[in-house]
Write a protein that binds this ligand. Structure first.
Ligand SMILES: [Zn+2]
Length: 134
């Protein structure tokens, strides 16, 4: 058997290539209004140029952090972006402050980043990523 001509791509690479092949139209990934309800601690809302509105809780955004580390952790655990980590039932519930950002920073024209109250801040949430998961 010959493997000649067979190109092996890992799932992540395949996903990226797939995503690049299905670029969203500009009006779908251009926000006209971005509201981050930081003091209320609820979440973020975006109104897009095509009229669609999306909203995310801070919990979703924290669990959907697109940084490489969080992405790899989700891949390994088979979690979808935004899906919380399942807590082992045997452990006593420990209080965990609900995720909320301490600092919100625009990243160029294409993304937004959060410095979370747990100290994590490496995720860059592109408009494209957000629109796909809105
Ligand atoms: Zn992360």
């Amino acid at each position: 058997m010959s493997h000649e001509g067979i190109r092996i791509v890992n799932a992540e690479q395949a996903r990226r290539e797939d995503q690049a092949a299905h670029e969203l139209p500009r009006e779908m990934i251009t926000p006209v209004k971005v509201r981050v309800h930081k003091s209320e601690g609820t979440g973020m809302e975006i109104e897009w140029q095509d009229g669609h509105k999306s909203s995310w809780t801070f919990g979703w955004l924290r669990n959907g952090c697109p940084c490489a580390t969080c992405h790899d952790e989700r891949e390994k655990a088979g979690r979808a972006p935004g899906e919380p980590v399942a807590k082992p039932a045997a452990l006593l519930p420990m209080y965990q402050a609900p995720p909320r950002p301490d600092v919100v920073t625009p990243v160029g024209r294409y993304a937004i980043s959060f410095e979370w109250n747990d100290g994590h801040k490496s995720g860059i949430y592109s408009w494209d990523y957000l629109r796909r998961h809105g």
